[in-house]
Design a protein around this ligand. Structure first.
Ligand SMILES: [Zn+2]
Length: 359
C-alpha cells in the first residue's frame, strides 16, 4: 500500500502524540543466534533501530521463545541465554533499554529510547515448578504466555490435541500466581478452552499478543469472535499479528510440532545448531504470496468491530522464525491508521487505551 503524502503526514502526526507499540517480536533470537547490532540498519530481518524510528515504534515486546522440541532443562537454559543476550545488548546499546514496569517504560520512551519489554512465550521452561514464575519476574520478565505450539503441564495449545481440556489444575495456579506477581498473561497460542479458563480465573485483564481473527482466516491460532469479545469485556487487548499464515486463508500452512530424534534430545549443542539452521533458513525465506497489508487492515477492522477500539493493537510476530507479509510492520502498518475507515476512533484508541493501558 502506498500512502499519499497527506496521509503519511497525518500518520506521523498521530504517532508523534502517541506511543507506537509492537506487542510481539522475535528479535531476541537475532541477538543470541546472529549477535546482530540492532542499533544499526540491518540487511536481513524486520526490526532494527532505524526502522523502528521511522515507524515511530518505541515499545517492543520481545519474546523469550524456545522451540517445543527442547526438553525442559534445555528450554530453561536457552531462556536464560536469551535473557542474557537481551541484557548484554541493552547494556551497550545507544537506543534500547529493558523495561520491567510501566513507569520504567514511560521513562525510557520519554528519554527518546526504545523500551524493550521481555515476555516468556510458553511455560515449557518451567516444567511443573511455579516458583520459577517469580524468578523470571525478578529477571525482568513482564508478560508470560502459558504455552506455545504444543500442550504442556499448564495448558492446552491451539495447535495440539487437548490433554487437559483447557487449563490444568497447575495452570489455574499459574494464572493466580501471575496475577500476584503483576505479570501480564498472554493467551496467544493457548487453546480456546484454555483462553476461556484463563478469563475465568484471572482477576486481571489479559493480552493476546499475536493473534488474528478466525472468522476471517480459519487458523486454530486465530481467535473466534466470542473470545475476542470476552478478552475485551474484561479489559484485555487483542494484538493483531502480521503473520501471513494467520491473515490469509491461502497462506495457512500445516502447523506441525517439530520432532527431534531421541538420541539428540539431551545434546544441547545439537539442539542449538538445529535451531540456528532453522532460524537462518527462516530469515532468508521468501515471503508468502497472498497476504497483504489490506488483509492486516481487514483483521484490525474486524477486531475493532468485535472488541471496540480501545482493545485492539498490533503484535507483529516478525523478526524470528516467522515470515511476514510483504511489508515490515513499522511505517507501513502505521500509515494504514491514516487510511482506514476508523481513523478517528483509531486515533483515540492508539493514543488513549489499547496495549499501553494494560501493560
Ligand atoms: Zn508465537
Amino acid at each position: 500500500m502506498k500512502a499519499s503524502s497527506p496521509n503519511l503526514d497525518r500518520a506521523h502526526n498521530i504517532l508523534s502524540s502517541s506511543i507506537g507499540a509492537d506487542a510481539h517480536v522475535d528479535t531476541l533470537q537475532r541477538l543470541l543466534v546472529d549477535g546482530v547490532d540492532l542499533d544499526a540498519a540491518l540487511s536481513e530481518g524486520h526490526v532494527d533501530y532505524p526502522r523502528l524510528l521511522s515507524g515511530k515504534v518505541s515499545l517492543l515486546v520481545c519474546a523469550l521463545w524456545t522451540p517445543t522440541y527442547y526438553p525442559r532443562e534445555a528450554a530453561f537454559a536457552r531462556t536464560i541465554d536469551l535473557l542474557a543476550a537481551a541484557r548484554r545488548f541493552c547494556a551497550k546499546s545507544k537506543h534500547f533499554k529493558i523495561a520491567a514496569s510501566v513507569s520504567a517504560a514511560n521513562k525510557i520512551i520519554r528519554d527518546g529510547s526504545i523500551a524493550m519489554v521481555l515476555s516468556l512465550e510458553g511455560c515449557d521452561a518451567l516444567g511443573r515448578n511455579l516458583n520459577l514464575l517469580e524468578r523470571f519476574r525478578e529477571e525482568g520478565v513482564s508478560s508470560i504466555g502459558l504455552t506455545h505450539v504444543s500442550a504442556n503441564d499448564l495448558s492446552g495449545s491451539s495447535t495440539a490435541t487437548s490433554i487437559h481440556g483447557g487449563l490444568s489444575t497447575l495452570g489455574r495456579s499459574a494464572v493466580i500466581e501471575m496475577n500476584r506477581l503483576g505479570v501480564l498473561i498472554d493467551v496467544s497460542h493457548a487453546s480456546d478452552e484454555a483462553v476461556s479458563d484463563v478469563l475465568d480465573v484471572s482477576t486481571q485483564p489479559v493480552v493476546a499478543s499475536h493473534s488474528c481473527c478466525r472468522s476471517l482466516c480459519e487458523s486454530p491460532r486465530n481467535l473466534p469472535d466470542a473470545l475476542i469479545a470476552a478478552i475485551a469485556s474484561r479489559g484485555g487487548v487483542i494484538c493483531i499479528a502480521a503473520h501471513a499464515g494467520f491473515l490469509h486463508p491461502e497462506d495457512i500452512r500445516e502447523i506441525t510440532v517439530p520432532t527431534i530424534p531421541e538420541e539428540t534430545k539431551k545434546d544441547r549443542e545439537a539442539l542449538d545448531e538445529r535451531l540456528r539452521t532453522e532460524h537462518i533458513a527462516a530469515l532468508q525465506a521468501k515471503d508468502y504470496r497472498y497476504a497483504t497489508l489490506e488483509d492486516l487492515a481487514d483483521h484490525i477492522e474486524h477486531a475493532v468491530r468485535v472488541a471496540g477500539i480501545g482493545h485492539v493493537a498490533l503484535g507483529s510476530g516478525v523478526a524470528g522464525g516467522n515470515r511476514g507479509t510483504t511489508y515490515h510492520p513499522g511505517p507501513n502498518a502505521r500509515i494504514w491508521l491514516s487510511e482506514g475507515k476508523h481513523t478517528a476512533t483509531l486515533d483515540r484508541g492508539v493514543r488513549g487505551t489499547g496495549f499501553g493501558q494494560i501493560f
